[in-house]
Design a protein around this ligand. Structure first.
Ligand code: ZN
Ligand code: ZN
Length: 124
């Protein structure tokens, strides 16, 4: 069964045909600012567009910075990078199905902001 994903406005929709091989959470400032920190890594062959590919905008930073970031040009949802490489880094926040994913690793943890923590208190 495919794992579905979409942006905030619903214009961009995609499917993953296998479980991500890995989930990583990046705490670097660039991921934080771009609105994406948890990535589901999936083989390019297992990724398919359903709609809205034409809505996807790309931001490629100046070298030496790497990692192109894609987002929905209509609603701004960070999508990760569904275009580059054999293994795609998809923004895990876009996945509509929970798929029971848990992080395999965290990186740039030293850059983590103190507000980025699991609160002991729950909203009513
Ligand atoms: Zn959108
Ligand atoms: Zn990062």
């Amino acid at each position: 069964m495919a794992i579905k994903g979409s942006c905030c406005c619903g214009g961009v929709r995609f499917e993953l045909f296998e479980r991500p091989a890995m989930v990583g959470v990046c705490h670097c400032s660039r991921c934080r600012k771009s609105g994406s920190s948890a990535y589901a890594y999936v083989r390019a062959e297992a990724f398919s567009w359903v709609s809205g590919r034409n809505l996807v905008a790309r931001y490629a930073p100046e070298p030496p910075l790497r990692f192109t970031r894609c987002f929905c040009a209509r609603c701004g949802t960070a999508l990760g990078d569904p275009f580059s490489g054999r293994i795609l880094a998809i923004a895990a926040a876009c996945l509509d199905d929970d798929a029971d994913l848990t992080p395999d690793f965290h990186e740039h943890v030293a850059d983590r902001r103190t507000w980025r923590c699991v609160a002991a208190r729950e909203e009513p």
